[in-house]
Design a protein around this ligand. Structure first.
Ligand SMILES: CC(C)(COP(=O)(O)OP(=O)(O)OC[C@H]1O[C@@H](n2cnc3c(N)ncnc32)[C@H](O)[C@@H]1OP(=O)(O)O)[C@@H](O)C(=O)NCCC(=O)NCCS
Length: 158
């Protein structure tokens, strides 16, 4: 397989995952464990980055996760992951989580998370990723905000 460094759009790697919440993913009040949602968020973010970079990736940063509404057994959890910006080897992804009652159709935005992944070569070292093309005004706004967040993360690390 050849890995291309040609620019890719946000839509090229956007991904949506849907999963029905089962009793073994919940506490005894019927609310889904936050850790389970965190795993789904990480999976969705990694998949979008793998699609963009055509590489295996590792998570390097997860910003704070705030759960605004409980997710219940029987809810369909819909995760949408899209790249917001890329550096040389790193990629920031926004993951939006929505819970839907598949019977009533009622749905709630439960949380939004920002994660950073790094693409790795076969030796396990960071490797260059394709540039990201932000096409819409919304994508351009997200890119500006992503650059601000990444500058803040790197400053915090020092
Ligand atoms: C990710 C990892 C390979 C980076 O290695 P490294 O030697 O620090 O590499 P670099 O310093 O070149 O950093 C690589 C990229 O990560 C970015 N980065 C490093 N620390 C970061 C942080 N705290 N937040 C955001 N981005 C960060 C750098 O800015 C750089 O991005 P760029 O190439 O786009 O400019 C290494 O830190 C690692 O293996 N971490 C463990 C990952 C892991 O196990 N995750 C959990 C399981 S998947």
């Amino acid at each position: 397989m050849t890995t291309s460094l040609l620019p890719k759009t946000v839509g090229d790697s956007r991904i949506q995952i849907a999963q029905l919440m089962q009793p073994d993913q919940a506490n005894n009040l019927g609310n889904v464990h936050g850790g389970w949602i965190m795993k789904l968020v990480d999976d969705a973010g990694a998949l979008a980055c793998m699609r963009h970079s055509q590489r295996r990736v590792v998570t390097v940063a997860i910003d704070s996760l705030v759960f605004r509404h409980p997710i219940r057994i029987g809810d369909l959890v819909l995760l949408t992951a899209q790249l917001t910006d890329v550096g040389r080897t790193s990629m920031e992804v926004e993951v939006q989580v929505r819970a839907e009652n598949p019977i009533s159709g009622d749905s709630t935005d439960t949380n939004t998370a920002y994660l950073v992944y790094v693409a790795l070569n076969d030796a396990g070292r960071p490797v260059e990723v394709p540039p990201l093309v932000a096409e819409t005004d919304d994508e351009k706004r997200r890119q500006v905000e992503a650059r601000r967040r990444q500058a803040h993360r790197l400053a915090e690390q020092k």
